[in-house]
Write a protein that binds this ligand. Structure first.
Ligand code: KIV
Length: 310
């Protein structure tokens, strides 16, 4: 194991130290703008449930994105288009219950903000009020998106923009393809990025665009950019947790780096369990409880929940 791959373990130790947690967090939207000014790279990872939300927070990331990528990695769809606002609220709530330090950003899903600025504000309000997010993210640029961002920001809700390969436009792009390779599209991206900043967004995700363009846009903005498939010139990086951990091992896009091979670990562990159940090797005595077989008195059940000392 390289010293690099040990870093998250050290970060987890640091994050558990109460003083460090107090010093670090909770991370806020304005803090990310400060990170950029101070040259501190921003670490963002997705999470959709309490188990991963807690572990990722303990590893010391800055931002947890409850992304609508949950349509693919949690629901098994080929894209994000079937994710609803109710789904987003549910998963955001699951993550929010356990996260103590990281900033929680929730995605506005397809058709929850495109109709009007008023619809965008109402949807964003639900992610904050019912989901417990501290900020929302929406895709795309241009006058309509800028109006939506202005309206949400005016209500006191921090907004993160998202440009480039915006997955909710997958049908318009004809697939998940690198964007802004031609001059005209690159120029539009530069314009949209400035417009999003001027509308009041506190950060911008740049996905699937040439690295040189992402670096140029990052250098031109005061708000931080967070890249995915956009090179190292962005002010931070985001990965989907299933990709980062190697839980998705059917395909590996070029922009993904796997920091673990949990897909094989899961198959091996569950396979070992299955072998032991079939061989009657599990549970052993050490996993079993002793007793007369008589019903426990009510008080004992309440105290131990049925799983107290044997
Ligand atoms: O939904 C998501 O996970 C995202 C990130 C990949 C940026 O939007």
């Amino acid at each position: 194991m390289s010293s690099k791959s040990l870093a998250p373990v050290d970060a987890a130790k640091a994050a558990k130290d109460p003083q460090t947690v107090a010093q670090r967090g909770p991370i806020t939207a304005p803090a990310l703008v400060r990170f950029k000014r101070e040259g501190q790279p921003i670490v963002m990872v997705t999470a959709y449930d309490a188990t991963f939300g807690r572990l990722i927070d303990e590893a010391g990331v800055d931002v947890i994105l409850v992304g609508d990528s949950l349509g693919m990695v949690m629901q098994g769809h080929p894209h994000t288009l079937e994710v609803t606002l109710e789904h987003m609220i549910y998963h955001t709530r699951c993550v929010q219950r356990v996260v103590q330090t990281a900033l929680i950003v929730a995605d506005l899903p397809f058709m929850s903000y495109q109709v009007s600025a008023e619809q965008a504000l109402l949807s964003a309000g639900r992610l904050i009020q019912e989901g417990g997010a501290a900020a929302v993210k929406l895709e795309g640029g241009g006058p309509e998106r800028e109006a939506a961002i202005r309206r949400i920001v005016a209500a006191g809700i921090p907004v993160m923009g998202h440009l480039g390969l915006t997955p909710q436009s997958v049908h318009q792009f004809g697939g998940f393809r690198v964007q802004a390779r031609e001059n005209e599209a690159a120029e539009r991206l530069r314009r949209d990025a400035l417009g999003i900043q001027e509308a009041g967004a506190f950060a911008l995700v740049i996905e699937g665009v040439p690295a040189a363009l992402a670096r140029e846009v990052s250098e031109s903005l005061e708000i931080p950019t967070i890249g995915i498939g956009a090179g190292v010139g962005c002010d931070g990086q985001v990965l989907v947790i299933q990709d980062l951990l190697g839980l998705e091992d059917r395909f590996k896009p070029r922009f993904v780096k796997r920091y673990a091979d949990l897909a094989q670990t899961v198959r091996d562990a569950v396979g070992a369990y299955a072998d032991e159940v079939r061989g009657r090797d599990f549970p052993g005595d050490e996993h079993s409880f002793s007793g007369s077989g008589k019903r426990a008195p009510r008080r004992a059940v309440a105290a131990g929940g049925g799983y107290g000392p044997k």
